[in-house]
Design a protein around this ligand. Structure first.
Ligand SMILES: [Zn+2]
Ligand SMILES: [Zn+2]
Length: 406
């Protein structure tokens, strides 16, 4: 940000005009506050280093509080209010923030991207390193854009001011003067001639550099969570760099399904295991551990299709805690293949061992029917005796009922 000479002059005039010695007794305290603010603005405008600090951190850098936005009136507000009031009326009041609220220091745009992460990494936590290309302030010219001894040429479009006063309509019949950034010099009020341009950045003030970035994915992190690398965005001269923000996207897992802190998986066992028991590793957990189950828990118990087993404390870890969610297992029974026992004697033996059927159903007439053993429920309801959809059929029936009632 470059403050043009007329504004500097106005500030110094304002400093004189608001000197507490010139104020009446009862207004002295207020005048001292104003005077301090105006003097501070004056100092910032004249001291290059202070102005740079102001441009990056705003007024809070100067009041010693260290809290952003805690500073007094914003420098822009001081200058804007002077322009807005004209110089005859003295300094307007410096309420906190001034008109339009306090202005934040300029900050570059944030870069947001999605980062897909495996459930294993979310379970264990992981540090990921990768190279990224970003703009950094040119190290040769320190962001000036020109050679060391070269002096920039004043921008003729804006008269070196970096911005131009334009008229802006703020309501019906209401026009205000506003400052707009000069597009030719991009607000700097100056540029270097080709021969004076910095060799490294060619006058662009920034260079592209590869930088190693590191993000830490905490264990137990969730889908949609954001990991912020503060100030790692592109560097732009006179602007606080933005952040790089990674939004976590949880990759689908082939074994586990996650809901909050809990995990779910299928427990694939054979029919023999369901009936007779087993003692073995049934699945590999996200950290590579084998999870062993012993069935039955109680002699005689069997497992049934769809039965759910809950294993406490084997779910996802919670952040900054030793607690964990639970693991839910749904029993899936693998039945034998067709023809697994072709010897009828084996089947007879099995039948004798397994519980017998329910008592026979009594009926007056009995039809033996044929069936398709490979049907699916997808076809259920697709057939319609009258043709057309089931909805139209229903309408017809309603119409029929009305006729009958008349
Ligand atoms: Zn350079
Ligand atoms: Zn310009």
């Amino acid at each position: 940000m470059q403050w043009p000479p007329p504004e500097r002059r106005l500030i110094s005039m304002a400093a004189l005009a608001s000197h507490p010695d010139k104020a009446a007794e009862d207004e002295r305290e207020a005048a001292e506050v104003k005077f301090k603010a105006v003097n501070q603005a004056y100092e910032i405008l004249y001291d290059d280093e202070k102005r740079q600090i102001y441009d990056i951190h705003g007024m809070s850098a100067f009041d010693g509080s260290g809290r952003p936005g805690a500073g007094g009136p914003d420098l822009d507000d001081i200058i804007n209010s002077m322009f807005g009031m004209g110089m005859g009326g003295g300094m307007p009041g410096f309420g906190p923030g001034g008109p339009g609220g306090p202005r934040r220091p300029q900050k570059g745009p944030n870069e947001e991207q999605t980062y897909t992460v495996s459930l294993e990494d979310l379970y264990k936590g992981r540090t990921v390193k990768f190279a990224s290309t970003k703009n950094v302030i040119c190290s040769l010219c320190k962001g000036r854009g020109g050679k060391e001894r070269a002096t920039p040429k004043k921008c003729s479009t804006c008269g070196g001011q970096g911005h131009k006063e334009t008229l802006m309509q703020i309501g019906p019949g209401l026009v205000t003067r506003a400052m707009a950034e000069c597009k030719v010099c991009e607000g700097s009020g100056q540029f270097y001639q080709t021969k004076d341009k910095c060799k490294k950045c060619k006058g662009k003030r920034v260079t592209e550099e590869r930088k190693l970035l590191e993000i830490y994915i905490p264990r137990g992190a969730k889908e949609g969570e954001r990991i912020v690398l503060e100030g790692e965005g592109d560097q732009i001269p006179d602007v606080e760099p933005g952040d790089i923000i990674f939004q976590l996207d949880e990759a689908e897992h082939e074994t586990f399904r996650r809901s909050g802190g809990d995990l779910h998986a299928d427990l694939d066992i054979t029919l023999a295991e369901a009936l007779c028991g087993f003692s073995r590793v049934v699945l590999t957990h996200l950290d590579g551990r084998g999870i062993e189950l012993v069935h039955p828990k109680k002699p005689g118990d069997i497992l049934r299709p769809g039965q759910v087993l809950k294993i406490a404390g084997e779910g996802m870890p919670f952040k900054r805690s030793e607690a964990r969610g639970d693991l839910y297992l749904t029993v899936q029974i693998k039945f034998p293949e067709d023809g697994w026992a072709s010897n009828p004697a084996v089947l007879d033996k099995l039948r004798d061992m397994l519980p017998g059927p329910e008592p026979p159903i009594e009926a007056e007439t009995i039809d033996e029917v044929d069936y398709d053993p490979k049907a699916t429920m997808d076809d259920f309801g697709a057939k319609d005796a009258h043709g057309g959809s089931a909805w139209e059929d229903e309408d017809e029936e309603e119409g029929g009922a009305q006729c009958a009632a008349q």
